[in-house]
Design a protein around this ligand. Structure first.
Ligand code: NDP
Ligand code: GDR
Length: 357
């Protein structure tokens, strides 16, 4: 167990930030998380870390910050004196990046540059290890499968283009200034605390709401897209291993399995005992409950993306060999955990709404 290290984690209020904070606190780290000022509460995923009656409270600190604010970033690095920086902050929604392309470039592309420059300005290039949250979206248009560290990139969204800059600036600062900067090229990873507009969570929430009689149907875009889905808990363990590795490098973390959005839908409904039968094509396709005939899934072309990433399947053999990392949670276990959690969450929300009526 590594004791006494200090980590600065941007994006602490997001899915990965919460799992990573938990992991690092468990390993004895002091964790400084960066959160954005928001007009409503945005710390739900990490609130339990404050409330831990044991020692977490004194080793978990939150600071206001934003990836678009250079002076703030320099000050945070100076004040927290981290041994390790995990840059997880990003406008991380691919479809939203088509609407907010310039902001996404600023936060996701120039943001990491600001952190790396802070290390130079503060003359901490030799003392701090840097993790950049890179992504399988870099592969974009299919060049080869499975995708590995040597597969060429072909970004298909403003998000992926911004992350491409971040990837290469991390590589460049490693080569130019000797910074221990590593990229984790992570394939999709999900959990019960996944953001509600990503497709897996949108599906599991809808399955719960339909099962509880609170929603009629689920509207989706391209259900033929294929993704390599793992569990966030496994992937934050991989991030930590990447940073502990002596040599800074670039690493794929993936399960090596791919599934369509359609099959995720089927698996999620199966958790509540419903079987989906499909009919029609393209935007007219429907998913029916094969017992009752009720239409449970409809296509809404508004969720189609201007350019899509059709197929992701990762080859994580380098991480397996050199980091000893393998994902432990299967997709079936992931789907089950998410549906069970959403049945509870949606029920609790409905109860609260009833009391307010
Ligand atoms: P989330 O969207 O759940 O979390 C993103 C975090 O970044 C949130 O804490 C958010 O704050 C914060 N953030 C957004 N914009 C800014 C900004 N301008 N300044 C400071 N903080 C900001 O993402 P995940 O946890 O799923 O992903 C973590 C990282 O990994 C992201 O960089 C993502 O792009 C990348 N990634 C994710 C994968 C996945 O499958 N989950 C796969 C590969 C890469 P707030 O809560 O206030 O919105
Ligand atoms: P992705 O995740 O774009 O892979 O990026 P998302 O869950 O948003 O989409 C996965 C696939 O599902 C299709 N899809 C829909 N997606 C959403 N969000 N909503 C829908 O209604 C819907 N219907 C079909 C999409 O078209 C897509 O093909 C995630 C993010 O976490 C990124 O930050 C990260 O870098 C990558 O994973 C790896």
């Amino acid at each position: 167990m590594s004791r006494g290290k200090t980590a600065l984690v941007t994006g602490i209020t997001g899915q990965d930030g919460a799992y990573l904070a938990e992991l690092l606190l468990g390993k004895g780290y002091t964790v400084h998380g960066v959160k954005r000022r928001s007009s409503s509460f945005n710390t739900a995923r990490v609130d339990h870390l404050y409330n831990d009656p044991h020692e977490h409270e004194t080793r978990f600190h939150m600071h206001y910050g934003d990836m678009t604010d250079s002076t703030n970033i320099i000050r945070l690095v100076q004040e927290t004196q981290p041994d390790e920086i995990y840059n997880l902050a990003a406008q991380s929604h691919v479809q939203v990046s088509f609407e907010t392309a310039e902001y996404t470039a600023n936060a996701d592309g120039i943001g990491p540059l600001r952190l790396l420059e802070a290390l130079r300005i503060l003359k901490r290039e030799d003392e701090v290890r840097f993790y950049q949250a890179s992504t399988s979206e870099l592969y974009g248009k299919v060049q080869e499968v499975p995708q590995s560290e040597t597969t060429p990139f072909y970004p298909r969204s403003p998000y992926a283009a911004a992350k491409l800059y971040a990837y290469w600036i991390a590589v460049n600062y490693r080569e130019a200034y000797g910074i221990h900067a590593s990229n984790g090229i992570l394939f999709n990873h999900e959990s019960p605390i996944r953001g509600e507009t990503f497709v897996t969570r949108k599906i599991t929430r809808a399955v719960a709401a339909i099962e509880l009689g609170l929603q009629e149907a689920l509207y989706l875009g391209n259900i033929d897209a294929k993704r390599d889905w793992g569990h966030a808990r496994d992937y934050v363990e991989g991030m930590w291993r990447i940073v502990q590795h002596d040599k800074p490098d670039d690493w794929v973390l993936a399960t090596g399995e791919t599934h369509t959005v359609r099959s995720f839908v089927e698996a999620a409904f199966a958790e509540v005992g419903r079987h989906i039968s499909w009919e029609g094509k393209g935007a007219d396709e429907l998913g029916r409950d094969s017992k009752t005939g009720a239409i449970l899934v409809k296509i809404d072309p508004r969720y189609y993306r201007p350019t899509e990433v059709d197929l992701l399947i990762g080859d994580a053999s380098k991480a397996r060999k050199h980091l000893g990392w393998t994902p432990k949670i299967t997709m079936a276990e992931l789907v089950q955990e998410m549906v069970v959690a959403d049945l509870d969450t949606v029920k609790a929300e409905a109860g609260r709404n009833d009391r307010h009526e």
